[in-house]
Design a binder for this molecule. Structure first.
Ligand SMILES: *[C@@H]1O[C@H](CO)[C@@H](O)[C@H](O)[C@H]1NC(C)=O
Ligand SMILES: *[C@@H]1O[C@H](CO)[C@@H](O)[C@H](O)[C@H]1NC(C)=O
Ligand SMILES: *[C@@H]1O[C@H](CO)[C@@H](O)[C@H](O)[C@H]1NC(C)=O
Length: 183
C-alpha cells in the first residue's frame, strides 16, 4: 500500500510538471530508488586520551569560571580519538572520532557532542557518520542521535549507545559505542 501511495504521488506530480521539465521526474525516480533502507549496526571502542605527552583530545577554550565549576561548564575540547575493534588500544583501528565536545551542563556533567566518526577499515573505509547530541559521561549508558553520514552512510539517521568501558583518574576513557543507522 505504501508503494502504491508513492506511485500515486509520483503520478500526481507528473500531472503538474510541464513536459519541458520532465527530466526532474527522473531525479525523483532516482531519489525514490535510493530510499530503499538498510539498517547497519556498528560496534567499536572510542579512546579519549586527555593525559600524557600525546593526548588525542585537547582543551581549546574555556570560560573564565570553568575551573570553579564542578561540571567544568564552558570547557571546550577538540578530539581526534582512535576507534578500535576491541578495548585494547593496539587492536585493529577502524576509524577516528573527530570533533568537539563541550561542557554544557551547570548542574550535572553533560557534554554537547558534535563529532564525525570517520571510518578507515574494510567496506566502510572512507564513509562517515555524524553525531550530534548530549552525553552525560557519568551515566552508565547514554544515547545520542546520528544525524547524517557520507559514503555508504549517505542520508543516514540513527542513534549511538555509549557505555564507558574504562575511566582512569587522569580522565582518559575507553568507551564502547554501538551505532545503529538506517541509510
Ligand atoms: C575574564 O577574566 C579576565 C582576567 O581575569 C578579565 O579581564 C575579564 O574581564 C573576564 N571576563 C569576563 C567576561 O568576566
Ligand atoms: C582506506 O582507503 C584509503 C584510500 O583509498 C587507502 O589508502 C587505505 O589503504 C584504506 N585502508 C584500509 C585499511 O583498507
Ligand atoms: C548493539 O545494537 C544492536 C542493534 O540495536 C543490538 O542488537 C545489540 O545487542 C547491541 N549490542 C550491545 C553490546 O549493546
Amino acid at each position: 500500500m505504501a508503494k502504491l501511495g508513492v506511485v500515486l504521488a509520483l503520478f500526481s506530480l507528473l500531472a503538474t510538471i510541464p513536459w519541458t521539465q520532465s527530466f526532474k521526474v527522473e531525479n525523483w525516480a532516482t531519489m525514490l530508488e535510493s530510499q530503499k533502507k538498510t539498517v547497519t549496526s556498528l560496534q567499536f571502542y572510542f579512546h579519549d586520551i586527555v593525559s600524557g605527552k600525546n593526548p588525542s583530545a585537547v582543551r581549546v577554550a574555556k570560560a573564565n569560571d570553568t575551573d570553579k565549576s564542578p561540571t567544568f561548564f564552558g570547557a571546550l575540547t577538540m578530539a581526534d580519538d582512535p576507534l578500535t575493534e576491541t578495548p585494547d588500544p593496539k587492536s585493529n583501528l577502524v576509524g577516528r572520532a573527530q570533533g568537539l565536545y563541550g561542557s554544557a551542563g551547570q548542574q550535572e556533567l553533560g557534554f554537547l557532542m558534535a563529532m564525525n566518526f570517520a571510518f578507515t577499515d574494510g567496506v566502510y573505509n572512507g564513509s562517515s557518520v555524524s553525531l550530534l547530541g548530549r552525553n552525560s559521561p557519568l551515566h552508565p549508558i547514554r544515547e545520542m542521535p546520528i544525524v547524517g553520514g557520507t559514503g555508504m552512510f549517505r542520508l543516514a539517521r540513527g542513534y549511538a549507545i555509549a557505555q564507558t568501558h574504562q575511566l582512569d583518574p587522569t580522565g582518559d576513557a575507553i568507551v564502547h559505542y554501538n551505532v545503529t543507522v538506517v541509510h
